[in-house]
Design a protein around this ligand. Structure first.
Ligand code: SF4
Length: 287
């Protein structure tokens, strides 16, 4: 539970605050960007919610924070927004919320499909969220982009008897995985659902392409809020930067208009612009 006594000095006075347990995962700044801002190595409340929508977004951020670092005078009101998750993004794609500290606050996503729903990476275990998934048709398969963002995937897999997919090179992070990918070829996992091996951040990192539209990118690729362009970072590349550049080049052969990352901002551009953005990023990565 966040402590007002340990509240950061930058918070503006009012109900919401961030304390010094914040791990700077960026989640609150994505969920409620008008309320939370970046102080360099932690978040703070730059403005107290001034409307119903802003307050609702701030309450959602309280639930999404992986470290319980956001406090509010009336935490019981978070019950009002539990049912908002998974939060719709586009089409049948939703953001799960309830980010897990074990995945450093990584985002996870839920995709409704006629032939079985997909969870991409996993949130922390939350019975109310599992009930929502149940009402939406359950989870047929869980796709883990890489070893860092597994969170409570095993509990969701067990709850829904879901297939759990991960690449062999990262599979030690998910011993109960039931489908192990190998190699660097694209693999169709279901109609319209394609695994795209993208080694670099980790040896077994993979992206997931759905319907040539939504690319779930884990920690391979994200949108930079400050630079207003696609980004990848050598500072968080644990395996091989040269491999990550080669993996990025592979994306030039794909069509997609959304980038949905584990960390960082989502991006939605038309396919041609997205292709150009990826090409420009590759040129920067090679420098
Ligand atoms: S969601 Fe929580 S841990 Fe993440 S940046 Fe915000 S306050 Fe910090």
């Amino acid at each position: 539970m966040a402590s007002r006594a340990r509240s950061h000095a930058e918070n503006v006075p009012g109900s919401f605050f961030v304390d010094d347990t914040c791990i700077d995962c960026d989640t609150c700044r994505q969920v409620a960007p008008l309320v939370f801002a970046d102080a360099g190595d932690h978040s703070y409340v730059r403005v107290q919610p001034g409307s119903h929508d802003q307050e609702r977004a701030a309450l959602r951020a309280v639930l999404c924070c992986p470290t319980n670092s956001i406090g509010t005078d009336d935490r019981a009101r978070t019950r009002e927004v539990v049912g908002d998750f998974p939060l719709p993004i586009d089409g049948d794609v939703s953001y799960c919320g309830f980010n897990a500290e074990s995945s450093f606050g990584g985002n996870s996503y839920f995709v409704r499909r006629a032939d079985g729903n997909w969870l991409i990476d996993a949130p922390r275990w939350m019975p109310a969220l599992a009930e929502r998934f149940e009402r939406m048709g359950g989870i047929a398969a869980i796709f883990l982009t890489h070893r860092d963002d597994v969170a409570d995937a095993a509990r969701y897999a067990e709850r829904f008897s879901a297939t759990c997919v991960i690449h062999r090179a990262d599979a030690t992070a998910m011993p109960s995985a039931t489908r192990i990918l190998a190699g660097e070829e694209l693999q169709t996992l279901a109609p319209g659902v394609v695994a795209v091996p993208t080694p670099g951040h980790t040896a077994g990192h993979c992206a997931l392409l759905v319907d040539d539209t939504w690319l779930f990118t884990g920690d391979h690729l994200w949108w930079s809020r400050d630079q207003r362009r696609l980004s990848a970072s050598r500072s968080v590349c644990w395996f091989s930067w040269d491999e990550q550049i080669r993996s990025m080049e592979r994306l030039l052969d794909l069509r997609f208009s959304w980038v949905l990352p584990g960390h960082g901002e989502r991006a939605h551009l038309d396919q041609q612009r997205m292709h150009e953005e990826v090409a420009e990023l590759i040129a920067r990565m090679r420098e």
